[in-house]
Design a protein around this ligand. Sequence first.
Ligand SMILES: O=C(O)CCC(=O)C(=O)O
Length: 349
Amino acid sequence: MNELMPAPRPREFAYIPLDAGWRQWIAENRLRDCTPQSMLATMTNAGLDPRECQSAIALMEDDPTYRAARRMQQLHRKLESVVGNMQRLWESSPRYGTVEKRKTPSRDEFIERYVRGCRPVVFTDIADDWPAKKRWSPADLKTRFGHLDVEIQDGRSNDPKFEENKLEHKRTVRLGDFVDRVVNGGPTNDYYLTANNEVLRRPEFAPLLADIGRMPPACDRAQLSSRSSFWFGPGGTNTPLHHDTIMLFHTQVVGRKRWRFISPLDTPRLYNHNNVFSPLDLDAPDLARYPRFEGVRVLEVVVEPGETVFLPLAWWHQVSSLDVSLSFSFTNLDVPNHFTYVNPEIRDW
Ligand SMILES: O=C(O)CCC(=O)C(=O)O
């Protein structure tokens, strides 16, 4: 079991004081079932007085606040075991590991099988008649909208938490210049015009919406302009592992994207300590730091141009673009699609 906060080496000859921060450290690590021996070793190594630490660790077991936390933890662990058992049941299906690709079903089948059944799926034919499919390209974007300013995310490569810090990466650029950068810059995650850009709320971009044809079942066309987003970026973008708070469709118009999904029932194994984010990177999961991730099933599908992925409620996803990509996402389902989450804010975990 990993411990929190590896501590700095001490100054020579002076013991570090065992302050409130260290007492909280003891409580948190005991709650994570670290052994008193390993905690003592870490604290001593950090320069604290071994005798003082041993006594503080022993006293913690009878501390009333700590005992209250242990009781709350039992309730938490019960809930985790319930969702863990449900997940095992889901995984026992031989079809669990595959994200289905198929033609669009009827409304009833869609709602029962994918919305209420909570399964990701790719519909292959929804965009068949979309003018966007024939028209959209980086060059077309430049010709029609190149003179307009848009908001992008920039300077992401040097910030491991670029998505959580997205407000710091907001830049306004001329779309024509951005098209050139994307087309000529090669694969990179450094810049990306993401859903945050809000271009579809602007009348100048209404022609993009006019390029959207048939909707999937259970969508309210009247709400399309207020509940849709436009995405444009180079190959190599990576949207880190997170869950959304609503269900959505995402149609790949140009280029391919790789979608990886993890069941919401695996949330307890994803270290979701901040908002809707997991610190796990599915390209390089750090099992030493995040051991509970071991064995979590990841579903994967490459969404091709013209295909539409349905993201069911609360499924975790990490998305990377394999090519220069233009895509369109929409949340205008006509079934209830507003859910509240109690999100943690334990940023210094
Ligand atoms: O396409 C992407 O890069 C990310 C899509 C996504 O995560 C979303 O729509 O929630």
